[in-house]
Structures are given as structure tokens and as C-alpha cells.
Design a protein around this ligand. Sequence first.
Ligand code: GLU
Length: 617
Amino acid sequence: MPTQDESEARSERRQADEPTADGPRTDGGTRRRTFLKGSAAALGATALPAGAAAATGRDRPTPADVPVARSEEGMVSSLHPQATAAGAEVLRSGGNAIDAAVAVQFALNVVQPHTCGIGGGGFMVVYVAEEDELYAVDNRERAPFGADPEMFLDDDGEALPFQERRTSGNSVGVPGTLRAADVALKRYGTMDLAPLVEPAIGLAGEDGPDVHVDAPLAEAIAGNAEVFNDAASEVFAPDGHPLEEGDTLVQPDLAHTFRTIRDEGIGPFYKGDIATALAETVQEAGGTMTPADLARYNVTIDHPEYAEFRDVTVRTQSLPSSGGLTIGQILKLVEPFDLGERGRYSPETYEILLEAFGLAFADRGAYMGDKAFVDAPWQGLFDEEYLETRRAHISPDRHALDTLEPGNPWDYQPGEPYRVTPVGPTGERGPTRDSGQTTHFTTADSEGNLVSWTSTIEQFFGSGLMVPEYGFMLNNEITDFDAVPGGPNEVQPWKRPLSSTSPTIVFRDGKPLMTVGSPGGPTIITTVAQVLLNVVEFGLGLRQAIAAPRVYKAAGDTILYEAGLPRGTRTVLSRAGFEFADEATRLGNVQVIYVDPDSGEYVGVADPRREGAVEGI
Ligand code: GLU
């Protein structure tokens, strides 16, 4: 594995087919660009907003749009400058990476309320340097005890349409974010909750710094106003007028809730007034959640999945997130194909990637669910002989695979399937869901601790339900279960829905190399896999790795792609039978902290696909 600088040199040599800012490059690639080094003058203690691509109206970011920071002392990267600043301030005041991550989470609840918050859940991977140990704090929402496998079916036994499921009280899972913040601080942090929620109180209330609606928030408000309950409309679309970009966002009820948390801790949320109001809101919308469900909630802590690829070890969340197993499988499937030699943007590379994505997603749909309820065949999925049977389907022969059926990993490991239920090639039971878009952030400190945290309320603004007088949005995570029961991801009481969330920390030679993660529902998996491949397989510099156009394919889905994917490659693959969406889209929002193996310096980047920011201290 080369150093970052070597990587850049290597990647510049290899980028003969890398698209330029003006479009796909076909001239043999003699122009040179330097990224990290060239931007050094812009580094330092200032949060650098990442909205350049959006601001200039370009439909895809270039490496130059990717904000970057370097520091030996600490780093914060999130999708909003005020949230990043809140975390950086904690680091400056002597807090560690876990303390900083909690401050970022509270601030994000205020400044990007459509993406995450105390009404949601997520997965947090923490590297504790002193112990040289990695922990996965699973704060996934759980189905309330009153949930029923058939609750998303209509009277004819058909799945309800997605939007109907999403806005029902039944879509709301018991939230885990606040419990995760509290537990993580007690286990790995150095500070109390109170000072870490303080910046968010300032941002939410009338007396603190102004918060202005940014373009992604304005777009999310406009796109979701019709699902808001009255409380949410009052805040985000007062008098029927959705807030627009640049408007001031004030959330006094949320400030009040945060003051309660500052003064009384998390008790009122899980066992007091807030729990009662939350359960009432859910029940009024037709759900079953009770205060007892909230009182019972706790996070689980275990070790992330483990996959070796080339000379790195990729550690990502385990089930109920499919991220760890599916990213690992994708990497193992493509490893022998030597994509690096085929070129990052060649049709062969994309053909191999898309077929590997499809095969891995077929297994995901057939076998994965909450590990407390379902025995997924994780040994078989990584068995080299099994992988060979799957790789036999992949070849860059200009013919898309006809069908992408799941394999049978149970033949390659002891034990019996939890349940044998045929599942369609899409792995989707019920009408297709939207792909969701939430948030990923990451922190690092001078001790070497790292946090990689993907936090979600599922869709933008979750279920559309705000808890009246408390000012926070409730998730719709329960729609991540299959609407139609019968498979490993059917709804069951107190079960966690299958996720794609993939907060990742990569190691080389036993030392942390980089954190990475993204929002985007199932596209998270392919986005994170591509960024990892960009760095480890293709040797791209970090800014190139983030800016490079992404693709997504599940077992039966049309291929989603970003602008910048060379048209020639798309044409060749379309002729080979790959079905691309009619238009390009944006996929994911990746925040990365890279640890320079030579100097130990942190290099942080934020994804310009939204208006994020990275700050070194
Ligand atoms: N609900 C999604 C999942 O757990 C994550 C949210 C998102 O779409 O980013 O897979």
C-alpha cells in the first residue's frame, strides 16, 4: 500500500481515462493535477464549506470542489459547517473524538433536522486507541412490542404503498440516537452530556448564532412538506410557506428539549414526559408504541464485521446492518479481477463492479436480517469456494447477467437456514422503497481515537411526524423491514430492521488508515465500496476518490449513476444489456478521515454533494 502522496502520483499515472471537469477524458491523459498538496494553502482551522458544485450549478463535483483539511491534533467532518464547528470546538477544549462526535450529532439535529436526530437511530463505530480496540455501538431503532409482521399489508394482503407506510405511526421505530450518545460518552468519552448539547441549544434557540436553511434542507422541506404533521409544518412551513434557502431556522421547542436533556440527562426521553409525548404522537398516527417500549430501549455493543482486501482490513457494522457483510462480499468478489489494471473508468471495471454488486445484493436480500432473530450464513458468504461459485458468474464479456439469483452459502458452512422462503431476484418484498438519505460524520483526536457514525431518521424528515412541543422529528425506520412477511427481514416485535448503514474504519498493518461512511439507503453499500476501491485498489487521492462518479445496482434494480460516468462506458454497457436510469442522479455523501501512515497526520475530506465541511484543529 503506497503512502497518500505515492497514491496520488500513482493515480495521476493511472488516470488516463478519468473524466475531467469538462467531461470524459479520452486524450490519453497527459495533464496533471495535484489535489491535496495544491490545496494546502487553504487548510487550517477554518470550516470549509463543500457546496462548490451546487453553488456553481454543476451537476457533478470535481476533485477541486472537495474540501480538505490536515491536522495532527484532531479532525471533524460532517455535512454542515456549524455542526463541524461544534465538534471542532469540543476537540479544542480538550474533549476527545467521542465527545466531539456527540456534539456534532446534537448540532446536526438542529441544522440538518431532515437527516438525523434524537428521534432516530444509527450505527457508530468507535476506535479506542488506548485499547487498540474497535466497538460498534448499535443504536438501530427497534420495532415496538406491538408491531406485527402483517401491519404493512392492506385488507387484500398486498403491501401498502411506500408513502402510506412511511407516514403511518407504525413506521416509527423506538429511537436509539440519544441512548447511544449517553452510553458512548460514559464508556469512551471524557465529558458529560450537558456541555455537549449546549452548542445545539444555542443553534436551536433564538439567542444563539443564526442558522440559515441551506440548499439541501430547502430542497428536503419542499419535497416533504406534504407529509408534515401540524407541529412539523409550524416549524418548517409556517403559514403554509415552506422555508427556503437562506431563511432563518429557529426551533424553540427543540431548544427546550435540549435544555431538559442538559439539565436532567436522557431520563425524560426514555422514561419521562418526552417518552409519553413521543408515544402519544406515534399512537395518534396509528402506531402502537408505548412509553414502556421507550423505557426498555438500550444500545448493543459488539465488534464490527471483518473483511480482508488486498493489504487492508475493512471493519464495518454487522447485522442488522448488511453493510459489513455486503461490502466485504463485494470486495472479495472483485479482488481477483485486478480492477486497478483495467482502469477506474473502463467498461470492464464497471461490468465487474455492477455484476458483483448485483450478486452481493441478491444474497443480502435472501439471507440477511437482525442477527438476534436470524442466523445469516456469514461464514458461507465469505467461504473462498462459495465466492468462487459466485465469481464464475462475473466476467467482462459484454453480456449482462440474465438473472441475479442468490447463491447457497449454507452449503459452505455448518448449520441450517433459519427459514427457507424463496425471495424474488430484487430481494425486495413489497413495493420498492425510496433510497433514503440521512447523514454520516466522523471525528478524530490527538490520542488517535476515531469515530465513524452514520445517523438516520431514514427518509428526509423521517415519518413527517414531529413530537408536538418537543420539536424533534420521528424516524420511519420500520419501513426498512420487508412489507411482505416471510423472509429474514420481516417485521417482528423488538426486532431491528435490516440496514445498509456502513460506518467503516479501515486498518493497514494493524493501524487505522481511514474512516468512511455515507447516507443513501442501499446505495450506501455501493458508495462506500467504491470509495474504498478508489483509494485502495485504484490508488486515487482522497479528493479524487470522493469526487469520482458513483454507480449503484442491486439485484434487480436499474443502475443508478452519477454525471461524469464516461458516456462511452455507459454506451458499451447498455449495449451489453445493462439498464441505466434515464437520468444521472447524486449518490451518497461521504465523509472521510485518512491517517497518513508516515506522519500520523489526519487528512479529512467532506463530500461536496451536499454543503458539508471539514475542520482540522
Ligand atoms: N434507513 C437507511 C438504512 O438503514 C439509512 C438511511 C439512509 O438512507 O441514509 O439503510
